[in-house]
Design a protein around this ligand. Structure first.
Ligand code: PAF
Length: 277
């Protein structure tokens, strides 16, 4: 695996390769969820490029940014052992943002609900950094985990709006044996919090089994009560798969997704599951 610390060297190297590139952008603290993206990229491309960059512009809470786990040594080993060909590990924030770049695109209402409503500016930061990384790497395909389902939808929309020739591929959520969705933030949970966090997958699976065509507000309210007993619930939303607009009225034989964001101590966890009414 070759590690590049500057975008200039990386760009020059990639341009000379003339190979199909699969790109996996990450913020590091890698786990098996990220590795599944690298493996998928390997299957679908000649060269796998990964980036590790904790992007300051997408954090709306300074504590979250400052506490974000950094495990470069382990990450590099993991990537080497999983056939990543190239890693972009920028030496500074400046190396990513060489010049001021404002992305003026209309992401529409998919960006104003859930994470868009609860983390002001977050998606602007994600779109900014991913568009810069896409410009540097110029991949054929880019791989994103469906744990951040809304982010995946936003990136797809961004690619469409900017008319980029990049296929955005969403990969399944990878879970620990207990059902907890793998996340870099799990490393910040205490043992007790890790156990209490199982309420997330239990509730999602309960919703998956019990949602019915028609009004589901009672079911949703009960699930919120349960989540609030062992965590601090930010939102539980069932949303239309395409528009991401929240709904309590479900149509028969239509696919939706249920989303939960909740806090255990200082750790904000996010997860989702598909729902058929
Ligand atoms: O999902 C993430 O880890 C980040 O939001 C991403 C896509 C790497 C952009 O910083």
């Amino acid at each position: 695996m070759i590690i590049f610390k500057t975008q200039k060297e990386l760009k020059t190297h990639l341009e000379a390769l003339n190979k199909t590139i699969g790109f996996v952008p990450t913020m590091g603290a890698l786990h098996l969820g990220h590795i599944s993206l690298v493996q998928q990229a390997k299957k679908e491309s000649e060269i796998v490029v990964c980036s590790i960059f904790v992007n300051p512009t997408q954090f709306n809470e300074i504590n979250d940014f400052e506490n974000y786990p950094v495990t470069h040594k382990q990450d590099i080993e993991l990537l080497k052992n999983n056939a990543c060909d190239i890693l972009y590990l920028p030496e500074s924030v400046k190396d990513v943002y060489l010049y001021e770049k404002k992305i003026n695109i209309d992401l529409g209402t998919i960006a104003t609900v859930m994470e868009g409503a609860n983390r002001p500016g977050h998606f602007d930061g994600v779109v900014q950094v991913v568009s810069v990384l896409f410009e540097i790497v110029n991949p054929h395909k880019a791989f994103f985990g469906l744990k951040d389902f809304q982010q995946y939808c936003i990136i797809k929309k961004m690619v469409q709006e900017l008319e980029l020739n990049i296929e955005v591929i969403g990969c399944p959520i990878v879970r620990e044996e207990t059902g907890l969705a793998m996340s870099s933030r799990n490393a910040l949970l205490s043992e007790a919090e890790r156990k209490r966090a199982l309420v997330i997958i239990e509730t999602l699976q309960f919703l998956q089994k019990n949602t019915k065509p028609g009004n589901n507000s009672k079911l949703i309210d009960n699930c919120c009560l349960k989540l609030n007993k062992s965590s601090r619930l930010e939102y539980l939303t069932i949303a239309d798969l395409e528009t991401l607009q929240p709904t309590i009225f479900l149509e028969k034989n239509k696919e939706y997704r249920a989303f939960i964001v909740t806090r255990l101590g200082n750790v904000r966890l996010i997860d989702n599951i598909e729902i058929f009414a």
